[in-house]
Design a protein around this ligand. Structure first.
Ligand SMILES: Nc1ncnc2c1ncn2[C@@H]1O[C@H](COP(=O)(O)OP(=O)(O)OP(=O)(O)O)[C@@H](O)[C@H]1O
Length: 262
């Protein structure tokens, strides 16, 4: 299970992290010199132009890749691979169509050898949390895109990870569903107090969800802006005048990073 938290250690730390991909075309430097210390309960949103290494950063934290340079630690322990202390949600929910919604949410718990009753109870609790308890017996192909993504969130939360990593989780949804999902996620996070690392292209989404926003430069990605914000803690962040100001600041940083003049 999760490593014992080091007293005082940040939930997540990247020190001097760089990553190169090696392919037939040669070496692609994707990330360079990334230093980041994320406190427990922080909602870090990473934005940046296409190809700036956002997904790479998330994959390094998830443990899908080892960094070419530097170190990634969670609760003070080096990341050596994927683990139950980090839940991951992708843009396309990778659910098993032959299993029920409940069995999908239970899947990781079953793999970890948890007893049937316990995993069932836990999975049901997560489905309740995302408002899908009444779909437990349905197949995932019977659900809408937004519902499927909620199942993926419930599945990521089921092992009770300290950190949840989300890579453009609402990118494939229509605008209205996306806005509703952002609201639900913000409420869910206020309830659970989890540490969140969230990747997006959408500056509005970043400002709405992020208690901290990091902007990456064009390839190789480096941090060009690191801003904290209390907006997501307000009842209606979008109605606050600071929302527009912050959106302008982040938009400008992303445009500059992409080499686009305002
Ligand atoms: N498996 C891979 N092999 C080779 N190069 C890769 C691989 N994955 C990513 N890259 C390259 O690394 C760079 C960073 O990619 P990454 O997907 O992390 O960026 P991103 O900011 O998430 O992009 P986008 O916003 O378009 O999803 C890109 O130039 C990409 O082409």
């Amino acid at each position: 299970m999760s490593p014992r938290p080091d007293a005082g250690a940040a939930a997540l730390e990247l020190r001097g992290v760089g990553h190169d991909y090696r392919g037939r075309e040669g070496t692609v430097p994707a990330l360079q010199g990334v230093d980041l210390s994320v406190e427990r309960g922080e909602h870090l949103v990473v934005v940046g132009p296409s190809g700036s290494g956002k997904s790479t950063l998330l994959r390094l934290v998830a443990g899908f890749h080892r960094p070419s340079r530097g170190a990634v630690t969670v609760d003070g322990a080096p990341v050596r691979g994927p683990g139950p202390d980090r839940g991951v949600v992708f843009q396309q929910p990778t659910l098993f169509p032959w299993l029920s919604v409940l069995a999908n949410v239970e899947f990781g718990l079953r793999m970890a050898g948890m007893r049937r009753e316990e995993r069932r109870e836990r999975a049901m609790r997560q489905l309740e949390l995302v408002g899908l308890a009444d779909t437990a017996r349905m197949r995932t192909y019977e659900l809408s895109g937004g519902m499927r993504q909620r199942v993926a969130i419930a599945r990521a939360l089921a092992p009770d990870p300290g950190i949840v990593l989300m890579d453009e989780p609402f990118g494939a949804l229509d605008a209205l569903t996306r806005e509703r999902m952002q609201e639900e996620l913000r409420d869910l996070w206020r309830l659970t107090g989890k540490t969140l690392v969230f990747i997006t292209h959408d500056v509005d989404e970043a400002v709405y969800l992020g208690t901290r926003i990091v902007v990456l430069s064009a390839r190789p990605g480096r941090i060009v802006l690191d801003e904290s914000s209390d907006l997501p803690r307000l009842d209606d962040p979008r109605a606050d005048s600071a929302f527009t100001r912050r959106r302008e600041l982040i938009t400008e940083a992303v445009r500059a990073a992409a080499g686009v003049s305002a």
